[in-house]
Design a protein around this ligand. Structure first.
Ligand code: UD1
Length: 421
């Protein structure tokens, strides 16, 4: 089993280049199923999750080729299977995103229940409600979902989401682009990854309006063509490095970013006293020699504070003066990192979906685990300012979602090693 060994590293300093977004590239790859022509996706991060999606597309009869560094050519012309392999889909939540495009193009899909981080029950009822509204018959068995479309094919519909689910919005959008007539997704997710997917589908010939707002209008078209697209920068990776600068009281220039996508993180760091400025080449984050104070955060769907940055931000809040409250409203089981941070000497109490952090605690190195992908990043941040050595287990979570994680941290002066045991 691989582990990270992290040591107190002093202020991180330097520049870091942000990779293409994990949560954007996976739905883009799945959307390539919508056409029999070749698509090209650029700025693809080297991640385990991308490899899994590659294998899923290959297993369906497609071909995914890396034509240059960071560029994938996806050819789903040979699509001949509509059943995604259990061993692959059970490993990653985003594998369920092949269901919408398969239904749209072939009228049939069978997908095993998706895996991924265990940060909540993570049901898929909203995805299925959407498929049914479009006219698909959905059969749910113990560990798989089968959906089929009758002779009429998918037909546009008005779909109201009880919660603005990112995955459901994406899955419904990729099914509806090839439906007959007009679909409205109301209370849709507004995340930048949704906008990126809509932009890609529109380049392919789809007609999607309103992505990035709570109402998305999709006029169905008979077929889509190939397109080329560059993935947006990863706003969660951006936030992670903003916090790396903040927690170590360092100074980091973060390149390849979209400032608007990290507004809530910027606002909250400024409230704590961290300098965050937009420079010509990127985002400049400076926490050197600053007196930093507590703040409260509440996670919400975009443009609210991102749930994926909750745990890294909490690690940072343990180091500032005063007490902070963190309220998690998106996932019901996203405080698993609290026990790990407390093991390192933090003083965090939880009650339901609220965590109370008593800050300015001296963290001490300990043996901890990455309880999920972002919690793993939080443990690394804590380890950078803790005394002694922090040993982090179960780092496969981190490697699923961050490109060149160790290398990027080390280039900023972090004392972090990956060891195999
Ligand atoms: C995506 C992101 C993940 C991020 C999350 C919220 C990807 C690959 N992953 O996950 O990193 O943390 O958005 O920003 O893009 N829900 C239902 N029924 C459904 C679907 C969702 O009740 O059918 C609930 C979930 O249990 C959760 C909430 O809605 O409580 C948000 O989930 P959702 O937005 O769907 O997240 P994902 O798409 O899984």
């Amino acid at each position: 089993m691989a582990k990270f060994l992290v040591q107190n590293s002093g202020p991180l300093q330097g520049e870091v280049h942000i990779s293409g977004a994990k949560n954007a590239v996976l739905p883009l790859m799945a959307a390539a199923i919508c056409t029999e022509n070749k698509c090209k996706i650029k700025d693809v991060p080297k991640l385990l999750d991308v490899k899994v999606m590659t294998r899923i597309l290959n297993s369906l009869g497609g071909s995914v080729t890396q034509v240059e560094d960071g560029v994938l050519e996806i050819d789903m012309g040979g699509l001949c299977r509509c059943e995604a392999d259990y061993n692959l889909t059970s490993r990653m939540r985003a594998s369920f995103l092949v269901m919408g495009p398969l239904l749209g193009r072939k009228g049939y899909a069978k997908v095993y229940m998706p895996g991924g981080c265990t940060i909540g029950a993570r049901p898929i009822d909203l995805h299925l409600k959407g498929f049914e509204a479009l006219g698909a018959e959905v059969i749910q068995k113990d560990n798989y979902i089968e959906a089929k479309v009758g002779e009429k094919g998918l037909v546009g519909a008005s779909i109201y989401l009880d919660f603005p689910s990112v995955g459901a919005t994406e899955n419904i959008m990729t099914a509806a682009v090839l439906a007959k007539g007009t679909t409205y997704i109301e209370n849709a997710a507004e995340e930048p990854e949704i906008v990126d997917l809509a932009n890609f589908l529109n380049k392919m010939g789809a007609s999607i309006k309103g992505a990035g707002t709570d109402t998305i209008k999709i006029e169905g078209v008979p077929s889509l063509r190939g397109a080329s697209h560059t993935v947006i920068p990863d706003r969660i990776e951006t936030g992670t490095f903003m916090l790396a600068a903040a927690i170590t009281r360092g100074e980091v220039l973060i390149k390849n970013i979209v400032p608007d996508h990290v507004k809530p993180i910027t606002a909250k760091l400024r409230e704590c006293g961290v300098q965050v400025e937009l420079a010509e080449e990127g985002l400049y984050v400076n926490a050197m020699d600053r007196r930093l104070v507590a703040t409260d955060i509440k996670t919400l769907p975009y443009p609210g504070f991102p749930t994926d940055i909750q745990s890294p931000f909490m690690a940072f809040l343990t180091t500032v003066e005063g007490s902070s409250n963190v309220i998690e409203t998106v996932f019901e089981n996203r405080f698993m990192h609290v026990a790990e941070l407390n093991r390192m000497g933090a003083n965090i109490r939880t009650s339901g979906n609220k965590a109370m952090i008593q800050g300015a605690k001296k963290l001490e190195g300990a043996k901890v685990i990455a309880t999920d992908l972002r919690a793993g990043a939080a443990m690394v941040l804590a380890g950078l300012v803790a005394t002694g050595t922090t040993e982090i287990g179960e780092i496969y979570h981190v490697e699923r979602g961050y490109e060149d994680f160790i290398e990027k941290f080390r280039a900023l002066g972090a004392n972090i090693l990956r060891i195999e045991e």
